[in-house]
Design a protein around this ligand. Structure first.
Ligand code: BGC
Length: 340
């Protein structure tokens, strides 16, 4: 295992940003930027042994700063949406930054993805940390967050999230990597399997209503592996509202997801201790140049964002994102790569 950290660039505000790289003996290499604790690239061998970069991203820091889409970023304090950009906790109302119409998305105007984190090297990992101050984007409590990216000998990227707050708060951390297991082009041929019989119903703003719908007989049934593109154009209200898949599935145990590219032979298995995974087919990714100048756009990737169900503070019965003062939060998601 080789772990190195090198300068990547400076933000417009003059802060130094680092790029850490972890490589295992099988040739898998992951690059993480201290800007947004962002996964910039994941290189894995395909079925011929050639390396493919299976994560969308940019070559320069300026592009990360200028563009939307959260490519590869750590999102928080609360990833995904909070309806009405407000929540109640301990009898008090907390208004949050509105950055998605009337709602709050991915931590607000300046979420965790837009900060420079501290970065340190471990034996087989990169450890990113930052303190989100009390009141940031409207959230109560100073929150100390550590996100550790580890590459294992058997070619998994493991992401460990740890956090602690000095006041009661809400937390829902995830990673926003756009996966393309072919290394580019459309991801609609990728075959996806999910261990989920139910998913969160969305309203017109991709905000969960609080109801869980059964996937049986719908385009949302991924219990048997099928290409992402097979049913994405089906005449179903939930697909129409989101312009594709942009929904949180309720996980049931076993691997959360298995994604496979027939073109490269690369298979990725996702394991998590989170109750949900947001499946997002890059519906809002406007065409733009990425690494090496290759154009990427809508449907050219799929995000598998493991998390608590979105809008949980406004939906009775959803697992709670409340983190009590002084209590440790810890969560793990692993993305394991293989070929077949
Ligand atoms: C959300 C999308 C949103 C996107 C932004 C995803 O996690 O589900 O609705 O547009 O992030 O890149």
């Amino acid at each position: 295992m080789a772990v190195t950290i090198a300068p990547f660039g400076r933000t417009a505000a003059g802060e130094e940003v680092l790029a850490g790289r972890i490589e295992n003996a099988a040739g898998m290499a992951v690059t993480v930027l201290s800007y947004g604790a962002t996964v910039q690239s994941i290189q894995v061998p395909d079925r011929t042994g050639g390396l493919r970069d299976v994560a969308l991203g940019y070559d320069t820091l300026a592009e990360y700063e200028a563009n939307d889409g959260y490519l590869g970023a750590t999102v928080g304090r609360v990833g995904n949406r909070i309806g009405g950009a407000r929540f109640w906790l301990n009898g008090q109302e907390y208004p949050l930054a509105k950055n998605d119409g009337e709602n709050h998305l991915h931590g607000g105007v300046r979420g965790f993805d837009k900060y420079v984190w501290d970065m340190a090297a471990g034996a087989d990992s990169l450890i990113c940390s930052r303190v989100s101050p009390d009141g940031e984007e409207g959230y109560p409590g100073a929150l100390t967050v550590t996100v550790t990216f580890t590459v294992t000998a058997d070619s998994a990227l493991v992401i460990d999230y740890a956090a602690r707050s000095d006041r009661d708060t809400v937390v829902n951390l995830t990673n926003h990597t756009y996966f393309n297991l072919s290394g580019g082009g459309s991801a609609l041929d990728h075959e996806l399997r999910l261990s989920a019989r139910r998913f969160c119903e969305n309203d017109g703003g991709c905000l969960p209503t609080g109801r869980l719908l059964d996937v049986t007989g719908t385009a949302f049934d991924f219990r048997e592996s099928k290409p992402l593109g097979r049913d994405i154009g089906a005449a179903e209200e939930q697909l129409r509202l989101a312009g594709g898949y942009d929904h949180c599935f309720a996980l049931e145990g076993g691997p959360a997801a298995v994604l496979y590219s027939p073109a490269s032979g690369i298979e990725m298995t996702v394991e998590t201790d989170m109750p949900g995974v947001q499946v997002y087919t890059a519906n809002f990714l406007t065409p733009r140049p990425g690494k090496g100048g290759a154009v990427m756009g809508q449907r050219d990737a799929v995000c598998l964002e493991t998390q608590l169900f979105p809008n949980a503070m406004n939906c009775w019965g959803f697992p709670s994102p409340v983190l009590r003062a002084g209590k440790p939060l810890s969560s793990r998601t692993a993305y394991r790569f293989a070929v077949r």
